[in-house]
Structure formats: structure tokens, C-alpha cells
Design a binder for this molecule. Structure first.
Ligand SMILES: [Cu+2]
Length: 568
């Protein structure tokens, strides 16, 4: 048994030199401590909510929780949110399926922006793609907004709609390149602070030795910014996605969305090489925004021994500029080249095993008239409300967390039979209207088609990283434009057999807001789609209610989330 204690508090951060007050911290810092466990461990993680006036929970992202569904940290689903001055103890039994790189984070509001930390599960990986003696480095990527969580949530749901904009900066391991000439007195004064209080730490520096192999554990903890990341003068070999090993693939940059992780192998240069390249042993790690304007770009540094780079000085590297050094954006990045390792246990179910297809039409909608109306992200015409999962838009009902309902045998609890036989012709079979859950049965294989429709408000499309809680799913196809049977079969061949993940990207395709000139799609037109295949585990180990949601916290807050009920 391994005990951990996390204290959730509030404090001011100075990540990029400017302050963000009332940031949610874990054990006094952001990111919180890196937690490491081994397969076979039983972890008891006590989370104390010491926030003055906000609820919280902690979700262990990508951990299947097959033996402990009540520890998934989803408010009103697996548990009541933890109220101020209360605590909750999470119990996690780590199984082989949990091995890998991931993170834990708050699942309430926008707290994830700062309330997160690396979470590494180790065990006998027996993987030949990791060089012997590889040195591990955690590369936890975040985005930083000056607006605090409560302001962001209020703005996103307000009428008129208030868009918080792009992030002020991008961070690596909680540290960021300065975006201006240090702390701005005006910004600080607006928050009742002054720049003398700043504890700005400078950008992250990753120190490496000559001629060694490194295993970089990249973790995408951003809340909105879709990032391309490359290390000048170095390529990386991707060996795992979302913690699951895959056939190695070389790349000059990775593209990472919120909730996704990539393990890469970085082989460092010899002393002679570094000297020949006259870089002084300093190689910038470049972050560039993709698929969103304005871009938030940034830097960190890869540094060799005895280097001459002074990372406190901005020159010669531009700061938060808009120049692009990394390859241009491309639909789907290299996702169709990801394939499972030979002999892997994580192989997608075959076509003949699929019993049903569920279509999720995702779309931004206006819920009020006006020039800047209140906006939501609907999935099949419902916008999720985290404090009331069965409500639609802002209609309020009084409910109990799903798992507590199931435990009590409540009549309102999710029902597989009711879900498969809807009484209204407007409801897609597989959706239980009473509990507002999509349903699945042990052993069933379901294809979930996520359609990225144009916004009903401004007709554009964006990226969305869809994260499935609980067991793994498989990314089996992606396509641009309308989802048709023909396009699906074609794409499926390209992706075959598809890798196991827990967070699959849905790219914008047509109507991408960043394309110039913008192609405005007609209402209810698909810009692109992704298909994930999910096998409800045969035993009752995944009984429970699991979220499937966009991992851009901004979109999730605005409703882009659904729940799945899996029963025996
Ligand atoms: Cu989204």
C-alpha cells in the first residue's frame, strides 16, 4: 500500500513573469508533485480541499480504474465533488494496463489549467524500443492564461459570450519563457499585486549529457492550445502514445493536444558534434500553436554540459513571436502512421465484432439571440453541465452522482434496455434519455463516430482531443468532410489496425478557423470526423459510468461531454 496526500490550495503564480492570482495549486505548486507507482501497488491518495470557495476532484487520466470506478474523480458521476474543508480518499489498484506516462488533474471547472501533475506507472515493460540505460525526463506541457479559473468559467458560460482568447504563454514543467520584458506593473496592479512579489523562475532547461539516450515523457496538460513541439537540431523517435507502446516512428516534431501523451527517445549528440555545430551546447525546444489564432508560441532549452547559453537573456531567440520554425500544420498530423507493436496485446477488435455504431454530432451553438450570444458545445443537441449531468443547457434538475444511484438501485439510474429501445424516434438507439447516458454491455464492441460539425454561430471548425475515461479505445479512422461509408472504409484501411489510446484527436478539416481565406461551411456540415472503437470489457470490471469528452477544458466547460454507462 502506498500513501499519498494532496492538498488543494489557491495561490498566485508568476509562470511567465506576469501574475495569475487564485490559481489552484497542488501541495503549494503548479504543477503538483510527480507521482510514481508500480503495477501491483494499491495507492491510497488522500485529497484535501483547502480552497476557500470551490469544489474540486482529482482524476487520474488514462488509468482504467477497472477495479476502482469510484476513484475516477468525475464530479456527479463517480463521486460528489469534494467541498471546501473536506477530503476524499482515492484508491487505485494498478494493473498492467496502467503502465505508462500520464497525469492527474482536477476535473472541476478550469482548475486543470494549473491543478495537474505527472503520474507515471512503471512495471515490466519488456519493450525493446527503449534503449538500455535511457535516462527519463518528464516533459509536462501546459498553457497559462492571466484570467483565473472562476473568471474563465463565468466568461465561457455568460450571455453575452466572453471569449478568454488564446493563452498568454506555454509552459514546460510549470516554467515559461517570458512573453514581455518581465513583469508588467499595470497587469500586476490590476490584480492588487506588484512586480516585486514575482517569483518568476525563467524558462525550463533540460540538461542532457553527451551521447546518451533519453526517454522523454511528453504530457499534454494544455487547456486550449494545440501545440507542435520540436527540439532544434534533434529528431525524436515516438515509442508510445497515451502510455501504450507502438511501432517506433521518427519525427522532427510532435503535435500534442490536451490529454495526449507521447513517449519519445532522444539520442543526444557527441561532444565533437556539439562543438562542430557551434551552438554553444544550447538547442531551443520550440512550441508553436497549430489550428488556432492568435498563436501562443514559446521556448524552453535543451542544454549540454558546460554550455554557454544564458537562458535568462532573451536574445538571440525571439520571445513569443509568430515566426514558424516547425513544419506547417497538416490534417491528422502523422496519426495514420501509428501502428501497434508486433505481438502487442492492445489490438483493435475486428470489423465483424462490432455490434453497433454510435454517432456523436458535435457542434458549437448559440443558445440566445444577439451579436455575441451565449454559446455552448452540443453533442447530439445536448450541452453537458458538470454540476448537473442530466440537465440540458441551463435547465437545472436535482440529482445524485451516477455511481451512487447504481449502488442504491435508483429507478433513475442508467439502463441498457431503456437505452437500446428509446421511446422517441428522435433519440438514437443506444442513448438512455432518462439518465442522459450512452449505454454499452460487457463484451460489446462499439464504433463511436465523432463528427466535427461547423459552428452554428460562426461556421468554423476547431480541433478537439476526445478523451474516453475507463478502458482504452482504438483510433481506427479519420477523414475530412462528410462521414460516408465509403470514406470510412478507405480511411480504416489507412489506419489499420489502429493504436490503443485514451485521447483521440478530431481535427478541423474543412472550415478550419485558421484557414485564410476562411471556408465558411453551411450549418450542420461536417468539417471532419474521427472513429474510435471501444470494447466494453467482458467481465464487469468496467461497470460504471465513464466520461467521453473534449479535453480542451474550455470546450468541456461549454458542454462538449457525454457519459457512457457500461453494465454487465
Ligand atoms: Cu473541443
Amino acid at each position: 500500500v502506498v500513501h499519498e496526500t494532496l492538498y488543494i490550495t489557491q495561490g498566485t503564480l508568476w509562470t511567465d513573469g506576469n501574475p495569475r492570482e487564485n490559481s489552484v495549486l497542488i501541495n503549494g505548486t503548479s504543477p503538483g508533485p510527480e507521482l510514481r507507482f508500480r503495477v501491483g501497488d494499491l495507492a491510497l491518495i488522500k485529497v484535501f480541499n483547502h480552497l476557500p470557495n470551490q469544489n474540486t476532484t482529482i482524476h487520474f487520466h488514462g488509468i482504467s480504474q477497472s477495479l476502482s470506478p469510484a476513484s475516477d474523480g468525475t464530479p456527479m458521476i463517480s463521486q460528489w465533488p469534494i467541498a471546501p474543508n473536506n477530503f476524499f480518499e482515492y484508491q487505485i489498484h494498478f494493473t498492467k494496463a496502467d503502465i505508462g506516462t500520464t497525469f492527474y488533474h482536477s476535473h472541476v471547472g478550469a482548475q486543470i489549467m494549473t491543478a495537474h501533475g505527472a503520474f507515471i506507472v512503471t512495471g515490466d515493460e519488456e519493450i525493446s524500443t527503449i534503449p538500455k540505460g535511457a535516462i527519463e525526463k518528464t516533459m509536462l506541457v501546459g498553457d497559462y492564461f492571466y484570467a483565473n479559473d472562476e473568471t474563465i468559467v463565468k466568461d465561457l458560460l455568460s450571455d453575452p459570450f466572453v471569449w478568454p482568447g488564446s493563452a498568454s504563454s506555454v509552459s514546460l514543467n510549470g516554467k515559461s519563457w517570458r512573453v514581455s520584458d518581465g513583469c508588467n506593473d499595470t497587469i500586476a496592479a490590476m490584480k492588487g499585486l506588484n512586480c516585486d512579489q514575482s517569483d518568476y523562475k525563467g524558462p525550463e532547461v533540460i540538461d542532457v549529457e553527451y551521447d546518451r539516450s533519453y526517454r522523454l515523457r511528453w504530457i499534454g496538460a494544455q487547456t486550449l492550445m494545440h501545440l507542435a513541439i520540436g527540439i532544434f537540431g534533434h529528431s525524436q523517435k515516438i515509442i508510445a502514445a497515451d502510455g501504450k507502446h507502438m511501432q517506433p516512428i521518427n519525427t522532427t516534431f510532435i503535435e500534442i493536444m490536451g490529454g495526449q501523451r507521447y513517449d519519445t527517445i532522444l539520442n543526444t549528440k557527441t561532444k565533437e558534434q556539439v562543438e562542430r555545430e557551434k551552438t554553444g551546447g544550447c538547442y531551443p525546444i520550440r512550441f508553436e500553436t497549430r489550428w488556432r489564432i492568435p498563436a501562443t508560441n514559446g521556448w524552453a532549452m535543451l542544454r549540454y554540459p558546460n554550455s554557454t547559453c544564458d537562458v535568462k537573456i532573451d536574445a538571440p531567440f525571439p520571445r513569443n513571436n509568430t515566426a514558424t520554425y516547425l513544419p506547417a500544420q497538416q490534417f491528422g498530423w502523422i496519426s495514420d502512421q501509428f501502428h501497434p507493436l508486433k505481438g502487442s496485446k492492445h489490438i483493435a477488435p475486428q470489423d465483424w465484432e462490432v455490434s453497433r455504431r454510435v454517432i456523436l454530432q458535435a457542434q458549437q451553438v448559440a443558445i440566445a439571440p444577439g451579436k455575441t450570444p451565449a454559446l455552448r458545445w452540443d453533442v447530439n443537441n445536448l450541452a453537458y453541465n458538470e454540476s448537473d449531468p442530466r440537465a440540458n443547457h441551463d435547465k437545472v434538475t436535482v440529482q445524485t452522482p451516477y455511481l451512487i444511484q447504481l449502488f442504491k438501485g435508483d429507478a433513475m439510474m442508467p439502463s441498457y434496455q431503456r437505452g437500446l429501445h428509446p421511446t422517441s424516434p428522435d433519440v438514437q438507439p443506444g442513448f438512455d434519455e432518462v439518465s442522459s447516458t450512452y449505454v454499452g454491455k460487457a463484451g460489446e464492441v462499439i464504433d463511436v463516430v465523432i463528427i466535427n460539425n461547423s459552428s452554428a454561430f460562426n461556421h468554423v471548425t476547431e480541433t478537439h482531443p476526445w478523451h474516453f475515461h475507463g478502458a482504452e479505445h482504438f483510433t481506427i479512422a479519420m477523414g475530412i468532410g462528410e462521414f460516408t461509408e465509403e470514406a470510412f472504409q478507405k480511411a480504416k484501411k489507412r489506419f489499420y489496425p489502429g493504436i490503443a489510446r485514451d485521447t483521440t484527436g478530431v481535427w478541423p478539416g474543412l472550415g478550419a478557423s485558421i484557414e485564410k481565406p476562411a471556408v465558411l461551411l453551411a450549418n450542420n456540415t461536417s468539417g471532419a470526423w474521427s472513429v474510435i472503437r471501444y470494447r466494453v470489457p467482458e467481465d464487469d470490471s468496467s461497470s460504471g459510468v465513464w466520461m467521453l469528452h473534449c479535453h480542451w477544458a474550455f470546450h468541456q466547460i461549454m458542454g462538449m461531454s457525454v457519459n457512457w454507462f457500461f453494465g454487465p
